[in-house]
Design a binder for this molecule. Sequence first.
Ligand code: ATP
Ligand code: MG
Length: 390
Amino acid sequence: MENREHVILVRYGEIALKGLNRHTFIDLLVKNIRGALSHLESVKVEKIQGRIIVHISDTELDQGVDAVSRVFGVVSLSPATVVDSQMEQIEPVVLEEADRAPFDSFKICVKRSDKRFPMTSPEIGRHLGGVVLKHYDGQGKKVKMKGADREIWVEVRESAYIYSQFVKGRGGLPVGCSGQAALLLSGGIDSPVAGYMMAKRGVKLTAVYFHSFPFTSDRAKEKVVDLARIMTRYTGHFDLYVVPFTDIQTKIVEVCPERQTTLIIRRFMMRIAEIIARKTGSLSLITGESLGQVASQTQESLSATGSVVGMEVLRPLIGMDKQEIVEIAQDIGTFETSILPYEDCCTIFVPKHPETHPNLKKIAAGEAAMMDDAERMIQEAVDQAEKIRL
Ligand code: ATP
Ligand code: MG
């Protein structure tokens, strides 16, 4: 039994390839899989026809499967054993796969792309089925073509790949194939989910967090860093800009009409995020806004915040219920951190009667008292932003 090895067989969606450059897609996927496995010792990632193969040591196999299943663009994966394409090497591995768990019925599924192999696919299937039946002789095992308890797959290529387990990937597009965008990341439930969803569509993230120390504590900032770190399991590495926001926020609360403060604060966040986005190569902003969730997320409010920037604002949660967002947050592992009770800068100065149907002219008028010194304050906030690499 020489030349036996464990690998992860990675499948990507052929449908997702439509309209994209196939090679760019696959090369990016390979690169992102390498990135997701960079913490492991002995990994080699290789392209073969229609699949990606991850060579990995036995001890790191489970960890590897887990990490690769979170890489966007991966549709499914299977831990597999690879042997030389020879029947006497394939047979014992098929029996090992059969032995993994109890079954009554089974099926051998064969894919043969190496046409030099001396048997056809149906012949290989029948032969290996016979080997399994003989091994379990007298135990009443049956071959079942539809709905078998156990499906054992044999792919005969240059080498033979044998497996029976399927792990679902998350689909989507490889991060990086849709360009970069800047996520306004707060410590709440919504914005990490928004970032996750855009990364799933191939967007590479940059994140911007507005920090109003001492109104928001260093714990609040740590919480955002923790959230960003959890997100990297799906998005890969990204930069988080922590923008000092105390002076701007304090002045807004001092000089602007109370009903409008939330909206004006959000408008300043958007302006600053846009500058950071442009400086760092992002084409759009991303927020965690959802229509009607709160007063600052009515259609009029979204216009009032979106209209101050000259780039696209992506709002992937716009049509989702809070419960749907919470379910994704739980699934990706950000929820528990998001609900930690550290105040965020918008909840500190929430007006008692916020404007829900703002008129753009009135907002601009209410904001006028900020504008004499706005450019300097915005520039200062941008210049003093702290960059954290995640
Ligand atoms: P979240 O759960 O993402 O905080 P939310 O429902 O609390 O969202 P708001 O507080 O109104 O909503 O904020 C709307 C969006 O504005 C957020 O999803 C986020 O994208 C952005 N945002 C709010 N506060 C901050 C902040 N301190 N830093 C960066 N972005 C922020
Ligand atoms: Mg919030």
